[in-house]
Design a protein around this ligand. Sequence first.
Ligand code: APR
Length: 239
Amino acid sequence: MKTNYKFHKEDEITVLTGAGISAESGIKTFRDRDGLWENHRIEEVASPIAFSKNPEMVWKFYKQRYLQLAKVSPNPAHFALKKLEDFSGSNFNLITQNVDGLHQIAGNQNVLEMHGSLRHCFCSKCLQSFEIKEIDLDQIIPKCTHCTGNLRPDIVWFGEMPYKMEIIDKILENTKYLIVIGTSGIVYPAARFLSIAKYFGAKAIEINLEYPLNSTVLDEFHQGKAGEMLPELIERWIS
Ligand code: APR
């Protein structure tokens, strides 16, 4: 596996991950064959309007995803990123579109969950936030223990503003490398992170099963499974 890069401890290194990095852990991606969005209509389960119209259906969808988490664990790609963070220390940032929390389970510390987390929920009335493991999921629509309002998954839905965008913009302006792993590059604002980082002079590297739409801005592309490619690539970058 050829790469033109060697990282140094003082280099600012930023990683952006998508559903593809968790595919080898057994979590479906969104847009691949048999992906989540093939079996569920986004507008029925992943928008504030869907939640106001049919909270039962939305909760049924997220409960399934939450319960699946108990059956999956990080794969070699997740652990390879832990190794990269150990190498770069505070110069490392991991921005993820994923809500599965597998990066943190693999040991990564500096993780920015821009689309929220399946492990949290909050009250749609008083905004009180809860760990999902505190919640009685037998309730069809889990209720807030403070105000009896409907709880909702702490997931950024279509039409909502992703979390941590100010921090993310600062990181993209200052990073030396942006490594993008397992995302189709279709959903904004994450889909424009590559061009922002490039605009500020970063080197852009991507690992993906498919050739990405926004490949023109890439300095290096590695086609294949992240779990199979990333451990060796990171070894080459940091040794
Ligand atoms: N290794 C590397 N890449 C992979 C692997 C793998 N093992 N398996 C699949 N991929 C690639 C696919 O080729 C595809 O390009 O991962 C990408 C997954 O794309 P999507 O399913 O569109 O997921 P993602 O880009 O994370 O979606 C972005 O859209 O639905 C919303 O909020 C949701 O965060 C999500 C956002």
